[in-house]
Design a binder for this molecule. Structure first.
Ligand code: CA
Length: 223
């Protein structure tokens, strides 16, 4: 899962970035509204954490432009504790949730998981697909009732595939969910992770869609 973090406060931004990475997210961090707007126009993110008080362009405009373009990526806004007006305006502009500063990292992580569930129209916290069950909160995967170990990227790839079961995901989208800007990516890195997941869950688990990307079938167990 790839997150765009928009925060101009160095200390808060760095702490949040580290916490998100530790929780398995791919994080791209920008420190002003204009860069955020640019990133959102050109890249695909799964979630956005957006501070509203930003240099160059206010967060509320970044959000407004997103929604005007029809970009429905879930957005959690960060607001000042005293400003109820700011929060209301953010929610009315299309934010999906908010946190007031200072916030607890664990609450942010839980709210982001809830946003992902809501966005995927999924009420249950577990992602279940046949014999596979993935828990985004504890970062664990069970297969045929037994816990299994996956690398960080394999877990992230499985997570994004399960969250989008039934949809074809482009190689570009998948690579972007696994790697942020400035990370060295081997041209066949994605193929290697796909290969590893197929080795564990069977060759037919992930279907290659020639010239486009990959997909897994919509599970009978999920809605
Ligand atoms: Ca700020």
């Amino acid at each position: 899962m790839r997150i765009l973090l928009v925060e101009d406060d160095e200390l808060l931004g760095e702490g949040t970035r580290k916490g998100l990475i530790q929780d398995g997210y791919t994080v791209d961090w920008v420190k002003d509204g204009a860069l955020a707007d640019q990133a959102l126009k050109t890249e695909k993110f799964d979630l956005v954490v957006l501070d509203l008080g930003l240099p160059k362009m206010p967060g509320i405009s970044v959000l407004q432009f997103m929604r005007d373009r029809g970009d429905s990526t879930p957005v959690l806004i960060l607001t000042a504790r005293e400003s109820i007006e700011e929060r209301v305006k953010g929610l009315d502009t299309g934010a999906d949730d908010y946190l007031t500063k200072p916030f607890d990292l664990y609450e942010l992580l839980a709210r982001l998981r809830a946003l992902q569930r809501r966005f995927a129209s999924r009420a249950a916290p577990l992602l279940v697909h046949g014999d596979i069950s993935l828990d985004p909160a504890s970062h664990t995967v069970n297969y045929k009732g037994e816990p299994i170990n996956l690398s960080r990227r394999e877990f992230a790839l499985l997570h994004v595939l399960l969250e989008n079961a039934g949809r074809v995901l482009s190689r570009e989208h998948l690579t972007q969910s696994l790697y942020g800007w400035g990370e060295e990516v081997d041209s066949n890195a994605l193929e290697v992770h796909v290969h590893n997941l197929r080795k564990r869950f069977g060759q037919d688990f992930i279907r290659t869609v020639r010239g486009i990307g990959y997909t897994i079938e919509r599970s009978k167990d999920s809605k």
